[in-house]
Write a protein that binds this ligand. Structure first.
Ligand code: CTP
Length: 395
């Protein structure tokens, strides 16, 4: 997700320094180039060797080590600079432009966005001077990642724990993403629906909601305000998403149609049940010797309704999971449901469809475009889909 991005991780003197190792690992795993800059105090807590190994690059910590202009080069090289953990001392120096170590020199030379993840004991975190310094840094354009509340290494309990590495990673990802969807409202349906037979049984399908949530997460990164209407499923929604949970196709119909009017882009990834038992037994059905016959009636087609009532300027996108005559079926659905785009995945492609972490899609537009993509991780597929949709919005 971060290929081609250059990130500096600045580490200062705090017990949370050990968590910076996880952060550096996350960046490297996501293909970012990482350079670590440590203060002398940081080295009291963690070893330089850990970080040179993780980042696959020498750690910079002595202003006078090597070329004395190293701080300038690093400052110009970085796309993002994160100080994690940021001690009270470093925050105070940053707020006043003090430059008495390598990290502070890099920070002053940096042309990129700067983020800090404070970590300190609760009294230090609440001290008026710390609060003043954090406010000053925010006024200078530094993004402050709020410290969390919990167990502190001193044995005290309170605010001052460094934000978790995964949260710092998400904030970094967001800061590094362009925002072509800024100001746009996106509505996405995800997962399966469940049609009850009796209080303990239902008809459903194997959709996990992974594709829908990957699209929602990407849209958030691209700057959109995203709402997800989710059927019952295991996939955990990402933090920061507004999620409305539903069970049946009828509940999903209500949730989607009542919201679609106020959204710029609507995407139906949900595997909506096409049939529901006409009668739902209020008590558990007991087994007998005869065959059990269920009579099923059609559910409403949500996407068709959305297409029939589409507001001017809205982009409406559907999905089609097919096993045969894929292109013809997908194009037929796009026409019938009056969609702007349809995303086709075929069960004939191994690694595509329900339950898989990967997918292989082709997008068709009403205007006749066709975009085929290789088998990829669903997050990468979501990025591909959004690149096509963002292009369409810009035109
Ligand atoms: N869809 C919907 N409401 C339904 C059924 C499907 O909104 N009751 C949406 C799906 O979310 C998907 C698109 O319609 O975006 C195509 O769904 P799919 O199940 O592939 O096709 P169907 O229209 O149900 O047709 P068929 O089952 O015959 O393939």
């Amino acid at each position: 997700m971060l290929a081609g991005k250059n990130i500096i991780v600045g580490i200062t003197g705090s017990i949370a320094a050990y968590k910076a190792a996880l952060l550096v690992r996350l960046f490297v795993k996501n293909n970012a180039q990482v350079r670590v800059v440590m203060t002398d105090s940081a080295k009291q807590f963690v070893g330089e060797l850990t970080f040179s190994n993780l980042s696959q690059a020498p750690v910079f910590s002595g202003l006078w080590d090597g070329a004395w202009t190293e701080h300038v080069h690093l400052g110009a090289w970085a796309d993002l600079l994160i100080v994690a953990p940021a001690s009270a001392n470093t925050l105070a120096k940053m707020a006043h432009g003090i430059c008495d170590n390598a990290l502070l020199a890099v920070i002053l030379s940096a042309k990129c966005p700067v983020m800090v993840a404070p970590a300190m004991d609760l009294d230090m975190y609440q001290h008026p001077s710390t609060l003043r310094n954090l406010a000053q840094l925010q006024a200078d354009g530094v993004q402050v990642l709020q410290a969390g509340t919990g167990f502190l290494a001193s044995g005290l309990h309170g605010e001052g724990r460094m934000a978790e590495p995964e949260d710092i990673f998400s904030a970094a990802l967001s800061a590094l993403s362009p925002k072509p969807l800024a100001g746009k409202r996106v509505l996405i349906s995800a997962g399966p629906t469940r049609e009850p037979i009796d209080p303990v049984r239902f008809i459903s399908n194997g959709s996990t909601g992974t594709m829908g949530f990957a699209l929602a997460q990407q849209a958030t990164l691209l700057g959109a305000k995203v709402t997800v209407v989710a059927g019952p499923m295991g996939a955990q929604p990402e933090r920061g998403l507004e999620v409305h949970k539903v069970n049946t196709a009828e509940e999903m119909f209500e949730a989607m149609t009542s919201r679609s009017g106020s959204h710029d882009i609507v995407i139906m990834t949900a595997a909506v049940g096409d049939y529901q038992p006409l009668e739902v037994s209020p008590i558990k059905i007991k087994k007998g010797d005869e065959n059990l016959v269920l009579t099923l009636g059609r559910t409403r087609d949500i996407l068709k309704h959305l297409g029939d009532h589409k507001p001017n300027g809205q982009l409406l996108v559907g999905f089609a999971l097919e096993t045969n005559d894929e292109e013809a079926h997908a194009l037929g659905k796009m026409e019938r449901k009056q969609l702007d785009f349809i995303v086709l995945n075929s069960l004939r492609d191994s690694g595509a469809g329900f339950g898989s972490t990967t997918n292989k899609v082709t997008l068709y537009s009403r205007k006749g475009e066709k975009h085929s993509f290789a088998l990829k991780d669903k997050n990468a597929v979501a990025a591909d889909i959004w690149s096509v949709l963002c292009n369409a919005i810009e035109k």
